[in-house]
Design a protein around this ligand. Structure first.
Ligand code: 6GU
Length: 233
């Protein structure tokens, strides 16, 4: 998969070198290219923002550098990518979105700062490929960089070969609508806290039953919104 990122803070993406995704890049499974939006400005001050039409607080990112940056990426790749613009006003990003996007051959992340990007950039990007405005949740970040990093990791780890053991992707939180069961390792007793007996029993059927019950229980406690509506409620 090819991933392009357009940002005024390329350094945010230095951490892609490390960890699992760094290995995926080394193995040629993930081709990530980070572009500085200011390289696509044409004025001496490398201006990327301006005051909003209609007034109001803050600054808006100008469309021209975005147009040149997206043109350059599309000309280089010669395809119709999926453009993802992280935004608190976007549709909600979830594990199913990550799974869907992990099938794409080319994603372009456009990281907005300030009060946002001139709305016409999204319409222009839609002439070059698919466009998705995506939100991580109901809170506000200063810009799209951290949100893009989260999405790149969530999507990248689903690409076949990136996570060593594909089995570890099956039973994790959000894959089937329930939270993950609790995990333990040695020692069996630690600072007065014990590993549940059933896990030491060697009885695979009882372990599986216990784990499933734990998943339902913690989902009910922590994330009741994930469960079907309670008919008794
Ligand atoms: Cl995707 N972007 C920004 N700026 N803030 C957010 C977000 C995204 N998701 C939640 N808050």
């Amino acid at each position: 998969m090819r991933v392009d990122v357009v940002t005024i803070f390329p350094a945010f993406f230095d951490v892609l070198e490390v960890s699992l995704l760094g290995k995926a890049r080394g193995a040629g499974l993930l081709d990530v290219r980070v572009h500085d939006l200011r390289d696509y400005t044409t004025d001496r001050h490398r201006t990327v923002d301006d005051t909003p039409y209609g007034g109001g607080a803050g600054m808006v990112m100008k469309p021209e550098p975005w147009g040149l940056a997206l043109d350059a990426i599309v000309a280089d790749a010669g395809d119709r990518p999926t453009f993802i613009f992280p935004a608190p006003a976007g549709e909600r990003f979830s594990q199913s979105t990550a799974r869907e996007l992990s099938e794409a051959s080319h994603l372009v992340f456009g990281c907005g700062r300030y009060e946002g990007i001139d709305e016409r950039v999204f319409a222009y990007a839609a002439t070059l490929g698919d466009v998705r405005l995506m939100s991580l949740g109901d809170y506000v970040l200063n810009g799209g960089e951290v949100a893009s990093m989260a999405m790149i990791e969530a999507i990248g780890r689903l690409i076949p070969g990136v996570v060593g053991n594909p089995e570890s992707l099956v039973e994790e939180s959000h894959e089937d609508g329930l939270l993950e069961y609790p995990s333990y390792t040695k020692p069996a007793s630690w600072r007065g806290h014990e590993v549940p007996d059933v896990l030491l029993s060697g009885h695979h059927g009882r372990v599986a039953e216990w784990r499933h019950a734990q998943r339902v229980e913690r989902t009910r406690e922590r994330r009741p919104d994930l469960l079907p509506a309670d008919p008794e409620a």
